[in-house]
Design a binder for this molecule. Sequence first.
Ligand code: ADP
Ligand code: MG
Length: 396
Amino acid sequence: MKTIQDVNLQGKKVLVRVDFNVPFDKQGNISDDTRIQEALPTINKLIKDGASVILMAHLGRPKKGGFEPEFTLKPVAEYLSKLINQEVVFTQSLLGEEVSNLCKNLKAGQVMLLENIRFYKEETKGDVEFAKQLAALGDAYVNDAFGAAHREHASTATIAQFFPQDKYFGLLMAREVENLNKLMNNHEKPFTAVIGGSKISSKIGILESLLNIVDNLVIGGGMRYTFYKALGHSIGDSLCEDDKIDVAKSLMQKAKEQGVKLYLPEDSIIADDFSENANIKYVDTMDIPEKWQGMDIGEKSVKTYCDVVLSSKTILWNGPMGVFEMKKFAAGTNAIAKAVAEATDKGAFSAIGGGDSVDAIKGSGYSDRVSYISTGGGAMLEFLEGKVLPGIKAIE
Ligand code: ADP
Ligand code: MG
C-alpha cells in the first residue's frame, strides 16, 4: 500500500479526494464534523511537507447538474479554515482558467477546496475526460475518501489513471483498509458479528460473507422479524420483508452448516404505534400480537448478547438493535454499546460501522472505548462483503 506517510510531497500540487459529506442542522451549521476531523491528519501532513493541497469533495446529492445553493461546500471551507488556522481558498467552479490559475499560484502549505464536485454530472459517471481535466490541476493524487471508495466516480477512481507513479492512499483511507483487513483476515477468535438495523435486504451480502468467518452471528434490529416469520411466528405489524423470508431461511441453514452460532432474540419491547408516544409492552416470545410491532430487543436478549460480546476477542457491530432514535427504544442498542466498550477494555478488537450505528455509539457515550469506528457506511459493508472497492483498486 502506497500511503502519503512514506513520501514527502514537498513543492507538489496535490489533489486530495476527501469525504466532507457532513450533515447540517436547520440553522445551516455543521451538526457533526467527524468527517472533516478525520481528514485532518492527511491535510496537516501535506501542509507540513510543504505541498499545496487541492481538496476535492462532494456534498449531498445534487441532481440538476450545475450550482445548487443548498449543496455548496462554502461553509465547509470556512469551517476547515478555522480548524487548520489558515485561509482555505475556495473556488466556485472546478474547471476553467480561473481555477487552474488559482491552482498554479498556490504556495507551499496553502490549501484550496474546490466546490461540490457533484455539481458536474460527469463526476458520478466516472467520466474520463472530466477526470483528465481535474488531473491537470495537480502533480499527485491522494484518495482519503473512504466513505466514497465504493463509488467508481471521476474523482474517486477514474482520475487515478492519470497519476501512474504519483497516487497514494491518504492516512484515513490507509487506516480503514488496515483495520478492515485485520477484521477479515487476521482476527483473533472468537469473532462475533452483531448485525441489526432495519432491513435484511441491505445486509444480505454482509451476512453471507460473515458466515464464512465469524463464530457468532447476533441478529438484532427490525430485520430480526423477517427471521421470526421465517421460523413460523406471527409478528404483528413488525418490520418484515416478505420477499426475503427465503433468504432468512437460507442464512439460518448456512449458519448451521458452517457451525456459526446464530443468535436471535427471544424477547422484544413492542409498541402499538411507531412512535415515542405509543403504548409499550414487553413480550417474552417470538410471537408479536396483532397491531403491535417490535421496537427493541428485550432484557433477556440484552443479557445473552452482552455475554456473547464480552466473551469475544473480535467484534464487528453494524446496525442498531432497536429504534434507537426514540429514547424509549434505545436501551438494547445502548447496552450493546456498553458491552462492546467493556470487551474492548478487556483486550478485544472492536469495529463499528454504518451511519446509524456510528450515531448510536456516539450517542451512548462509549465511542472513545472501541478500537475502531469506520467512516464509511456503504463502503465498509461492501468491503466486508468481499467486494473490490473502485477507490481502493484505483490506487493499488
Ligand atoms: P446502519 O446505518 O448502522 O447500517 P441501518 O441503516 O441498517 O444501520 O439501520 C438503522 C435503522 O434501523 C435505524 O433508523 C433504526 O431506527 C432502525 N431499526 C432498528 N430496529 C428497528 C425495529 N425494530 N423496527 C424498525 N426499525 C428499526
Ligand atoms: Mg443507515
